[in-house]
Design a protein around this ligand. Sequence first.
Ligand code: KG4
Ligand code: ZN
Length: 332
Amino acid sequence: MRVLGIETSCDETAAAVLEDGALRSNVVLSQDAVHRSYGGVVPELASRRHLEVVLPVVANALADAGVTLPELDGIAVTCGPGLVGSLLVGLSVAKGFAYAHGLPFVGVNHLEGHIFAGFLADPGLSHPFLALVVSGGHTALYACPAPLSYRLIGQTRDDAAGEAFDKVAKLLGLGYPGGPAVERVAREGDPKAIPFPVAQITDGAPDFSFSGLKTAVSLYVRRQGPLTAAQTADVCASFQGTVVKMLVRKTLRAAVRHGIRRILLTGGVAANQALRAALEAECAERGYAWSAPPPVLCTDNAAMIAAAGAARLARGERADLALNARATLPLA
Ligand code: KG4
Ligand code: ZN
C-alpha cells in the first residue's frame, strides 16, 4: 500500500510517501525563519506560508519516491489538533487530490502520528507500551494497550515541555525554536548549578507542570542581572536537567503503576539527547524496554502521519469531504 502523508498542523510543511511500511520520501520544510523574529509561531503567517509551499512540498515528496498521484492507494492528512488555519491548508490539499484522483483518504490525529513515528523507527515496537508524547503543544502520557487504542494517563496542567524550552530560550535571548538552542548551550553548563524547583502535583495525579519552573528561571535571571556565557550555560543545563527529571520520574512512576514495561518517547522534545539518555538509564536499571525515533522523526514530519494513516486505511477507515480541521482533538 502506497500512502501519501501531509502534515501542516503548526509551522512545518511536510509530505512523505510510505510504501508497505517503508519510507520512500520524507520532505519537511521548516518555517523557523518566518517566525524567528517574533520568538514564536505567528498563526496567520504560518497558514500563509503553508499555502505558498504545500504544493511544491507534496510534488517533491512524490518525485523523491518516484510515484505519481494516480499510483497512490490513499492519502493521510493531519486534521487536528493544531492551528486551524494551518491544518485547513493540508486538509484542503488532501481532499482536492483525493477527489480528483478518486483516492481514499483519512484524517489523522497529530498525536497519534507522533506515536506512529515509534513504529517507523522500530518495527519491533509491540503493545502494550506507554507513550510519552512531548512536543511544543503537548506533554502527555498515553497507555497504548493494543493497535490504535489509547488511554490518556497524565498530561501537563499548564505549559507543554517544548513550550517551556521555547520560553526559556526567549528569556535568555537564544532564539527560536528554543529546544535545540537550550540543549546546545546546556552542554557547556552544570545541571546541578542551580536547584530549580521540581513541580509537585499534590493530588498525586501523574500530571506534569512546567510553568513554575519557567517562572523560577525568569526570577533567577532577573535577580542575577546580565548573565555571563558560563552562567547562561548553567541556567540552560539546570533548567533542562529539571525538565528531564520531571518527565522521567512521572513516566516511570506511571509505568510501574500500570504494569507497563515498555516506553516510547516521542514528539519534538524527544530529540533532546539529555532526555533520551536519562530515560534510557532509568529503563535499563529497571529492566524496562524503551525506544525513541531518531530526532528527524521526533519533530513534526509527514512520515508519521502516513504511517498512522496507513494503519487506519488498512482497516477500512475512510473520511469524506466533510472532514473538518479541529484545533483541539483528544486522542483517547
Ligand atoms: O513535535 P514538534 O516538532 O511540534 C509540535 O507538535 O509542537 O515539537 C516542537 C517542540 C518545540 O517546542 C521545540 O523547541 C522542541 O520541540 N524541541 C526540543 C528539541 N528539539 C525540538 N526541545 C528540547 N530539545 C531539543 N533538542
Ligand atoms: Zn508535533
